[in-house]
Design a protein around this ligand. Structure first.
Ligand SMILES: [Zn+2]
Ligand SMILES: [Zn+2]
Length: 330
C-alpha cells in the first residue's frame, strides 16, 4: 500500500510504500476511494492533541470498498462500500459505553490518530464501527459527511430547537450544517473571519439568512450558536450574540485559550457546552438524513501525494467547502 505518513509532529507528511495491512479479528481492510481532510488532522499534525500513535497515517473521513476481511467478521460482503469515521472503536464496557455515550468512552481508538487512517490506498478498520454507504454519489462528495457532517450533526442536535442559529467558522462542517439546518426550517447566520467576503458569499449562496465577520453582531439575537473555528475568542463573542437561555456549542476537538470575559455574558441561563466525537447512532441518523435532505458537499480534490498541500490550504482558509484526497491506483 501507499500512504502519506506522519513520523513526527510538526513535520510534513511523507509519501511511503508499506506492506499491505492484514485485517485482524473483527477487522476489515478497505481500499480507499477518497479520504476527507479534517481540521482535526491539522491538530494531529501540529501536535496539539496528546499522545498520537507515531508514526501515524492521518485521515478519518474514509470512503472505500472492503477488499479483505479478518477472522470473526460476519454478514459483510467483500466489495461493499463503507465509510470509516473518527470513532475507530470503543471498549464497550466502561460506564460511558454502558450508558449509550460511547463517544466519551474511557478507552477509545480514533482513526487517523491512535490507529492508522485513510491518507492511504488501504486502511484497516473495526467492522462494527464502519457505516454502510449508498452506491449513489462520488466518493469525494461523500467523504466530508463522515466527520464534518457527522460532528456537525451532533453539534446541531445540541442546539436543540433553536430557530435562529449562528455558525462561527464557515468551513467544511458549516457548509454541510447550513443545509441541514435550513432543511429543518431554521434561520442561519454565518460568521466568518472578518473581511472574508468570499466565505460570506459562499454562506449566502447555501441559504444563510445573513453573513458577516465574527466581530459583527447578528441582525437579531440568536437562540444558539455553534463554533467550528478553533478560536477561543469566539466563545465570548458568541455568548454576546445569543439571547437569554441561549446555548453556545463548541464543536472542535481543540481551541486556543478562551479569554476571560464578564459574567454578564453568561448570566441569564446562557450555557456553553462542548461536543466530543460521535456515536455510531449519530452516524446512522445523519447519513440517512443527508441522503433524504439531498445535502451536497463542495469539495476540492487532491491526489494522495499532495496531502501536505491540502493541509496547507485548509490552514490558510483557502478552501470553499472541504478538501478531499484521492489515492490513484499505483
Ligand atoms: Zn468504553
Ligand atoms: Zn474530523
Amino acid at each position: 500500500m501507499y500512504c502519506m505518513i506522519l513520523h513526527e509532529t510538526g513535520a510534513p507528511l511523507v509519501f511511503e510504500e508499506l506492506p499491505d495491512p492484514i485485517p485482524g479479528p473483527g477487522e476489515m481492510r478497505i481500499q480507499v476511494e477518497a479520504c476527507g481532510v479534517c481540521r482535526t488532522d491539522l491538530h494531529v499534525v501540529d501536535g496539539e492533541l496528546p499522545d498520537p500513535k507515531l508514526p501515524v497515517i492521518p485521515g478519518h473521513e474514509i470512503v472505500g470498498r472492503i477488499d479483505a476481511l479478518g477472522p470473526r467478521v460476519e454478514g459483510i460482503e467483500l466489495g461493499a462500500r463503507v465509510g470509516i469515521p473518527w470513532l475507530g472503536s470503543t471498549c464497550g464496557v466502561c460506564a460511558y459505553c454502558a450508558s449509550g455515550r460511547e463517544n466519551l468512552c474511557d478507552r477509545p481508538v480514533f482513526t487517523g490518530y491512535t490507529r492508522n487512517g485513510g491518507y492511504a490506498t488501504h486502511a484497516i478498520a473495526a467492522a462494527r464501527y464502519a457505516f454502510p454507504l449508498r452506491e449513489e454519489g462520488a466518493a469525494a462528495a461523500l467523504a466530508p459527511l463522515l466527520c464534518a457532517g457527522l460532528i456537525g450533526w451532533r453539534s446541531l442536535r445540541f442546539a436543540g430547537s433553536a430557530k435562529t442559529l449562528g455558525l462561527y467558522g464557515f468551513g467544511a462542517a458549516a457548509h454541510i450544517i447550513v443545509q441541514a439546518a435550513r432543511n429543518q426550517g431554521r434561520q442561519l447566520f454565518a460568521f466568518t473571519r472578518p473581511g472574508d467576503a468570499a466565505a460570506q458569499a459562499f454562506a449566502l449562496r447555501l441559504g444563510a439568512a445573513w453573513a458577516g465577520g465574527s466581530d459583527e453582531k447578528p441582525p437579531e439575537p440568536l437562540d444558539a450558536a455553534i463554533i467550528y473555528a478553533p478560536v477561543g475568542e469566539l466563545v465570548p463573542a458568541a455568548l454576546a450574540s445569543v439571547r437569554k437561555g441561549g446555548i453556545v456549542v463548541c464543536a472542535g476537538i481543540h481551541m486556543s485559550d478562551i479569554p476571560s470575559f464578564p459574567y454578564r455574558l453568561l448570566w441569564q441561563e446562557r450555557r456553553i457546552v462542548s461536543v466530543a466525537n460521535l456515536t455510531r447512532q449519530d452516524g446512522i441518523e445523519f447519513l440517512a438524513f443527508a441522503a433524504q435532505a439531498g445535502i451536497e458537499t463542495r469539495t476540492k480534490t487532491y491526489p494522495l501525494e499532495e496531502a501536505n498541500a491540502a493541509l496547507a490550504d485548509l490552514r490558510a482558509g483557502r478552501l470553499e467547502g472541504a478538501a478531499v484526497l484521492l489515492p490513484r491506483p499505483f
